[in-house]
Design a protein around this ligand. Structure first.
Ligand code: PEP
Ligand code: MN
Length: 255
């Protein structure tokens, strides 16, 4: 359903968090205008600080799903708690497990069990301190439940480097290609933490063989309730697509 094949590069874009109806509609319009087919948006946010914005929860799911229908976009959101899996599945087309939950094996098992009938795609982000082997083993908690439709997402790992939010491990792309048959996408927003680095690292990820790219977009990043510094403007989203196209073609693929 996500249209993964050996040639197409799948793009996913949207805000870090759904903040309100106007915001998610504006982003959805920008995603559509850029020719991108999948809208992301967090409704339950796994924030580092308990005092930060935690998401609009079910109202966020509702707004995301409505924006997806209005603009004819597939939708993806993160599920952070075993108790929410069924609810979240009612609203979106694709589930996401975030970096902080990669090793939440009861959540992974529950997702595997609940999606084994519909084979709903599940994006499994790499834990920021997980080895590739640990990440691949985590994916098997989902697949052994009966759903093989897992998309792996490299989103940066923690290193000693402080110039970027995390360190984007592009090595993961060829390693995963060698060890696994799942598609691998790269989140260039969380891995860099800075919007001016998102486009160059997206080009690099596509050049290295990534099957897709996920980025955060906000109509007014300075006002974003989360991750504004790494969110592209709608204008920059158009620029991303323009710059990725020739890179994709250079490696025998297309957007
Ligand atoms: C996200 O994509 O919204 C997110 C929280 O990312 P990560 O789990 O990679 O930090
Ligand atoms: Mn974010």
């Amino acid at each position: 359903m996500m249209g993964f094949d050996s040639e197409k590069i799948v793009l996913i874009a949207g805000p870090c968090a759904v903040e309100g109806e106007e915001q998610i509609r504006e982003v959805a319009a920008a995603v559509k205008e850029a020719g991108i087919g999948i809208l992301r948006g967090g409704a339950y946010k796994p924030r580092t600080s308990p005092y930060s914005f935690q998401g609009l929860e079910e109202e966020g799911l509702e707004l995301l799903s409505r924006a997806g229908r209005e603009f004819n976009l597939k939708t993806v959101t993160e599920v952070i708690d075993s108790e929410h899996v069924e609810l979240v599945m009612k609203y979106v087309d694709i589930l996401q497990v975030g970096t902080r939950n990669m090793a939440n094996f009861s959540l992974l098992k529950k997702i595997g069990r609940l999606t084994c009938d519909n084979n709903m795609p599940v994006i499994l982000k790499r834990g920021f301190s997980a080895t590739i082997e640990e990440w691949l083993l985590a994916s098997e908690y989902i697949t052994s439940g009966g759903n093989s439709n897992v998309i792996l997402c490299e989103r940066g790992i923690r290193t000693f480097e402080t110039s970027t939010r995390f360190t984007l491990d592009l090595n993961a792309i060829p390693v995963v290609k060698k060890l696994s048959s799942h598609p691998i996408i790269v989140d260039t927003s969380h891995s860099t933490g800075h919007r001016d680095m998102v486009i160059p690292m997206s080009r690099a990820a596509v050049a290295a063989g990534a099957d897709g790219i996920m980025v955060e977009v906000h109509p007014n990043p300075a006002k974003a309730l989360s991750d504004g510094a790494q969110s592209l403007t709608p204008q920059q989203l158009l620029q991303l697509v323009r710059e990725l196209r020739p890179v994709a073609e250079a490696v025998g693929r297309h957007l």
